[in-house]
Design a binder for this molecule. Structure first.
Ligand code: TXA
Ligand code: MG
Length: 345
């Protein structure tokens, strides 16, 4: 299949919208990462997303809308908490898990009775959704298992020839995916951490917000010899967000996360780098400025892809020390891309 590269002009966005309306696949920019979109209410169209990404079909997708009130097409009841969250954070990097209407097809939600909804803060995305005239289901626009795409070139590298069109845009402003918040229970629970933290959300709604406990789990991938997708997770590890159980964001290189006091981390990275280079390995280092969590979020996926391009054999990454903020969200991605291969110093 030939993939059209479209510009973010009115004319091209209209073409992209036509493709979505006809059941096709279009990748588009958002403020977090690029998404791979299809008509969320068309089961045949969304099923194609799984095939294009090589993604397991029990992994539900986020449904993107262009006006907050369009959430009514997907769910029936909005609690005061949900209304406040929408008022404060949309458009923006907050995905809400709500009970789904029967009209939302099972392929979109991976068979769950809930649906993930967000209104992205990117004009091209909003225009595309509005002109398509339907909500757009869109996971990140990468091949399954690869780092999420934050530049249009990443999308071209992964999906060229596999989808109908790619709508060009700027590099993504945030760089990690949206915060996923389950608002179906009494206490809102973060299933995937992001740039909006539990503290930010709690301040807006005036009640506690918790991180799902599985976010603190550190499954023993590194020593597991089973390469099935969820190898390394014990029997009692049942993440609520199905996407959290798969191996994710993996670069081609081996990757080790080094965790500890900053000076110790730096010297261990140096020690491992020197020794590995001496035996002929190409080594890449990812070490962000201390506490520069926003910058780390912005750059992390792009750095992983850069290392793949340079055919690095081993990536040494310095852990970010943060238990509940933006650094925690970046660490969630870093640990997965390293398959939880952690060295403590
Ligand atoms: O920033 C983002 O959220 C990007 C852009 C394109 O909007 N999208 C994105 O989609 O990251 P994806 O498919 O890569 O991640 C969706 C996450 C997965 O962890 C999935 O398991 C979870 O949201 N999710 C989706 N629907 C869910 C549901 N009904 N219940 C629980 N988790 C759900
Ligand atoms: Mg993804």
């Amino acid at each position: 299949m030939e993939t059209k590269i479209l510009k973010p002009t009115n004319e091209d966005i209209l073409k992209a919208a036509g493709i979505i309306r006809n059941g096709g696949l279009v990748a588009f920019p958002t403020e977090t990462v690029y998404g791979l979109g299809a008509n969320a209410l068309d089961a045949e169209a969304t099923a194609k997303i799984y095939a294009a990404k090589g993604r397991p079909s029990d992994n539900p997708m986020i449904v993107h809308i262009a006006r907050a009130s369009d959430i009514g097409q997907l769910t029936t009841m909005l609690s005061p908490t949900i209304v406040t969250l929408i008022d404060v954070f949309w458009p923006g990097p907050l995905t809400l898990i709500v009970k789904k209407r029967p009209e939302v097809p099972d392929v979109t939600t991976g068979g769950l009775d809930t649906v993930a909804v967000r209104m992205p803060d990117n004009q091209t995305a909003l225009d595309l959704i509005a002109l398509s005239g339907c909500p757009i289901a869109a996971p990140s626009a990468n091949l399954s298992g690869k780092p999420s795409p934050t530049k249009v070139q990443h999308v071209i590298d992964d999906l060229s020839g596999r989808i109908d069109a790619i709508l060009e845009g700027e590099d993504c402003r945030i760089g990690i995916e949206s915060t996923v918040l389950d608002v179906t229970e009494d206490i809102p629970t973060i299933l995937r951490p992001g740039i909006l933290t539990a503290e930010d959300i709690s301040a807006a709604i005036g009640k506690p917000v918790k991180y799902d406990e599985t976010l603190y789990a550190r499954p023993d991938f590194a020593t597991s010899h089973d390469d099935s997708l969820d190898a390394g997770f014990s029997e009692d590890f049942h993440p609520k967000s199905p996407g959290m159980k798969y191996k994710h964001y993996a670069p081609k290189a081996q990757m080790i996360v080094i965790e500890g006091l900053r000076d110790n981390v730096k010297s261990e990275i140096e020690r491992l780098r020197v020794l590995n280079e001496r035996i002929g390995n190409k080594v890449g280092v990812i070490l962000f400025e201390e506490k520069a969590f926003i910058e780390a979020a912005h750059d992390f996926f792009a750095e992983l892809r850069e290392m793949d391009k340079e055919d690095v054999d081993l990536i040494l990454a310095g852990a970010l020390s943060d238990n509940d903020g933006v650094g925690f969200a970046v660490m969630n991605r870093m640990l997965k891309s390293a398959a939880y291969n952690i060295v403590k110093v």
